[in-house]
Design a binder for this molecule. Sequence first.
Ligand code: AMP
Length: 457
Amino acid sequence: MSFASLGLIDPLLKNAQRLNYQTPTPIQLKAIPAVLDGRDVMASAQTGTGKTAGFALPLLQRLVQQGPRVSSNRARVLVLVPTRELAEQVLQSFTDYGAGLDLRFLAAYGGVSINPQMMKLRKGVDVLVATPGRLLDLHRQNAVQFDQVETLVLDEADRMLDLGFARELDAVCAALPAARQTLLFSATFTDEIRAMAASLLRSPVDISVSPPNVTASKIRQWVVPVDKRNKPDLFMHLVAEKKWTHALVFVKTRNGADYLSVMLDEAGYAVDTIHGDKPQPARLRALERFKTGEVQMLVATDVAARGLDIDALPLVINVDLPIKPQDYVHRIGRTGRAGSSGVAVSLVCADEAPQLAAIEALIGQTLRREEVPGFEADHRVPETSATGQIIKKPKKPKKPKVWQAAAGGEDTSLSGPNPFNVAKPRSKPAGKPTGKPSAASRKPADKPVGGRGKRPR
Ligand code: AMP
């Protein structure tokens, strides 16, 4: 089936063609006609399925057909997204798909000055893509009013709830006109999302293009069991041995991201980091440089897991598993996008077994394990299964040991070295408190990692 057969108008067809979109993806096949019809939609679509065009193309068409009639400080389509990165990405999609149309688009998010956003809203915009907090700020300051909103899109609704935006979402929805079209997209469908859908959507078209929560099938995934302290060395070993030259690397903490980036930099890779503490312009710059290939390795925390759209990224490396299993799906969704194949490798240590089991339960498969000679784990990673169970508990180590997961998922070292749990990258002076219980025996932050680990010859 072609885009033309979905009833899209010429300028949109040309734009899709210019982007080399030959045929609609499954979600586009279902969502485009429903959105054109003015129906509410509830779509369960994993990342990389082409969902943005699934709502943007038909909404652009409706805007064009209804004519330019937006007033100042108003928006006609409101797209709510969880992160600034996703806001920029969705804005870019509207700009690409709507090229040549006489429509105005704006992305509004926090972390940058509100004034330019207020200025741009003065003329009114046809599509406003926004994060919930900044949108409410703008609304409270009368920079945007909602009386002309015809369509509300909740993009990555699960992630918005994960990030604690439930109250903001309620406040926005309460302020919108009751007679409107609402489209809800979510990678995962928890009870909370279903409740939200039930309260916001009216007789929605229910779209599910692949079983919810299942990772893209073309992604080759495996797990490398390893002791926590050897993760950085194993990571560098794999990168060198497999000649990986362009990868998105996920770690749990900002310190971990800085730490690996120093190691990569010292090994001669062009590297950058992206995490929540980095100012927005620096994050966007890092992403741009990664997309153009100027940066080979982008080391990111989960803040970057959603909203990055990088075409044909061959490789995602999870140096740490995410706390929430859904984030695994989002992370590895960076690769294997729109049908291309990809690779996702996860370095897993013993105390991550519960996370691994939860991931396997979510994706409905047991991930293949592949040990790397020289880096075999002393602390065996317990066997897990796709039922979410940890099959065998590891034998008790002889000495009372070592890593324990605290309630919030933070690692707490009670004794022994934990070189990956550092406060600062190695190139900076050590000695600042890490905020963790101090252990006299802990290796200083600036000492090379993996000293006790086995290295391949
Ligand atoms: P999304 O899931 O909306 O983030 O889209 C994932 C990727 O698929 C983006 O890089 C889009 O440019 C691309 N894409 C979307 N629709 C199509 C299509 N019909 N054919 C080829 N690529 C597409």
